[in-house]
Ligand binder design. Sequence first.
Ligand code: FUC
Length: 337
Amino acid sequence: MLTTDKFGEVAGHAVTAYTIENRNGVQLTVLDYGATWHALNVPTPDGSHQNLILNTDLAGYAKPDGYFGKAIGRFAGRIGAGQLVLDGQPVAVPANEGTTTLHGGPHGFSTLFFKADAAADHVTFTRTVTPETDGFPGTLDVSVTYTLTAADEVVIDFTGATDQTTVFNPTNHVYWNLNAADDTIENHTLRLAAASHYELEPSKVLTGAVVANADTPYDFREPRQLGPALRELQTIPEAGLDDVFAIDDHAATEPVAVLSQGQRQVTMYSARNAVVVFTSNHFGDELHFLHHQSRPHVGIAMEAQTSAAGLVDPGLTQATLAAGTSRHEQIRYAFTY
Ligand code: FUC
């Protein structure tokens, strides 16, 4: 079942919210601004609903950081100055974090208005992103489809088709908080199919070095509570996780990440070779959420993507999309509540 509501206005553009409800009473709400995942309301034992993701209002979504529930592209994660090489040529792209291009730069997908095509169980957002739009080469036809299945899964399908060689490395920046009360994610348990992660420069671009996770706070190959791991990381400047995990080779039926708290669980499937895990480490009063007080570790983002390691090692999988080609990427989240 589909409901369409006026959500508000940003910079003179009307923003519409699309809510899909499945037969179990789960409600998925998405916005045409930033192709944003705004809410995942699950039924509670007392007959009401609870939202399992962090969300904000239009003023919050219009801020350049946070990326709450936003579609991210053309390139999820960080492209350091001079790192992008396409068809053997260095390509400059606009920076939005010092000299780094984060999450598609200042005019990435998260900032754009999309055309919506909504049905009973899915909403497709489409947009043509030109070099004039975001400063990346190639005119890219993008679609982002959110589907809520009867089996309680949210499936996000991204497609990109380009006329000139570019990059296509989309993700979604949803932050989870599965608690029934307003608490942090320190009581959540995480499993991550990753034997290693990438070393980062202080600017958080990759050095190219790979670090084994065994016997470190980064080892989530067996389910582990986040609180103790985050406490071990309080001595580093990030004071938590903001890391690029190298996902182990896995079958399509194998999840890349499992997050749980009590009987609530989110299981994430992706064919790609990296997940960035970010635990909202320095969140404070500058942010405003509809159902949570902003504070460190109020949410966890698990961003499935193609590793930025391809930018520093040409031998690794690249996010390149060749001229005249298209690609489909999918992230699937199965949940219990
Ligand atoms: C993640 C992080 C970044 C940033 C953003 C909001 O992708 O890697 O550091 O803070 O989220």
